[in-house]
Design a binder for this molecule. Structure first.
Ligand SMILES: [Zn+2]
Length: 304
């Protein structure tokens, strides 16, 4: 390992001294992405021309996540860094902006035009960062990732563009799948209640009313008033199921279930939804397409 690192350092030194910080052909582009969703798009586009790493794994909440020493080394080694932006990576934004003065760093979700972003309730000039839950908006982000890789590694522009287009075709099929599955839920039952407001774009794109207990960022704490409000919505709309999220504590949602029971209304937990993180890498839910399908199936089965 140490020997490898030393050889690597020597090679790196040679590359730097021969050609400056520019990437050379025989060296794979080192890409670091913050979230699993971004990482997945990156590997679908970059395939064998890149070496990709993700900062946040399954179950990690990006709103609260702070970069570790190991993450900083990953950022330092990277040729290019891809992050969501729109303040999703709340505690890492400053680090990422600083790195942006030294190397290519792209806040790819910020390529979504401002008029397509939803407001961040309660904050002026702030937007909801969870754009991956509308497949159409996410397609814009995916295109931006393709452009970003090509900008840093122009020799492979055609390769990235071809892979971007074929991944976008898969996203189109996913969009059709989602639209047709949601239609299975009777219109009056299309109400999605979850731990935090990650599903605003999902609701807008696919015609579902969304209520989150905790607001758009998990940084804000929920209070008794929010719980009482959600309980009222559940009872007055006769909602059968509400959902927990893999990256947010279940405590708040369990309090809602108990509160409903005390008022004589039985609401069940409809299942786990992947909100701000995906499943284990290497499993179906560890991919964007698989994670999205799993969520939609969970929602439809519990609400229809
Ligand atoms: Zn979130």
């Amino acid at each position: 390992m140490i020997k490898n690192s030393i050889i690597h350092l020597i090679l790196l030194g040679l590359i730097v001294s021969c050609s400056g910080p520019e990437k050379v052909d025989n060296d794979k582009l080192k890409v670091v992405a913050t979230t699993g969703m971004l990482y997945d798009a990156v590997i679908n586009i970059g395939k064998d021309k890149i070496e990709a790493e993700a900062i946040m794994g399954p179950g990690v909440d990006p709103h609260l996540y702070k970069a570790t020493q190991g993450d900083l080394s990953k950022f330092n080694r990277a040729d290019v860094i891809i992050y969501n932006g729109i303040l999703l990576e709340g505690k890492m934004t400053e680090v990422l902006e600083k790195l942006g003065r030294q190397k290519p760093v792209y806040a790819v979700a910020e390529s979504v035009p401002e008029n397509m972003l939803l407001p961040f309730a309660g904050y002026q000039d702030a937007y909801d960062p969870h754009v991956w839950f509308d497949v159409s908006r996410w397609s814009l982000v995916v295109r931006e990732i393709g452009n970003s890789l090509a900008a840093v590694d122009s020799i492979n522009t055609e390769f990235y563009s071809k892979n971007t287009n074929s991944y976008l075709n898969q996203l189109d099929s996913l969009n059709e799948f989602v639209t047709s599955r949601i239609e299975e839920i009777p219109e009056e039952r299309r109400i999605l209640i979850t731990a935090h407001d990650a599903f605003g774009y999902f609701g807008e794109a696919y015609g579902i009313r969304v209520e989150g207990l905790q607001g758009i960022s998990t940084v804000a704490d929920f209070g008794l008033k929010d719980i009482a409000n959600i309980i009222d919505i559940i009872i007055s709309n006769n909602i059968k199921a509400i959902f927990v999220e893999t990256s947010v504590s279940e405590k708040s949602i369990n309090a809602v279930v108990t509160g409903c029971r005390e008022k004589g209304h039985n609401v069940s937990i409809g299942g786990y939804l992947y909100s701000d993180a995906m499943g284990e890498f290497g499993t179906e839910e560890g991919t964007y397409l698989g994670m999205f399908r799993k969520n939609v199936n969970t929602i439809v089965e519990a609400l229809k």
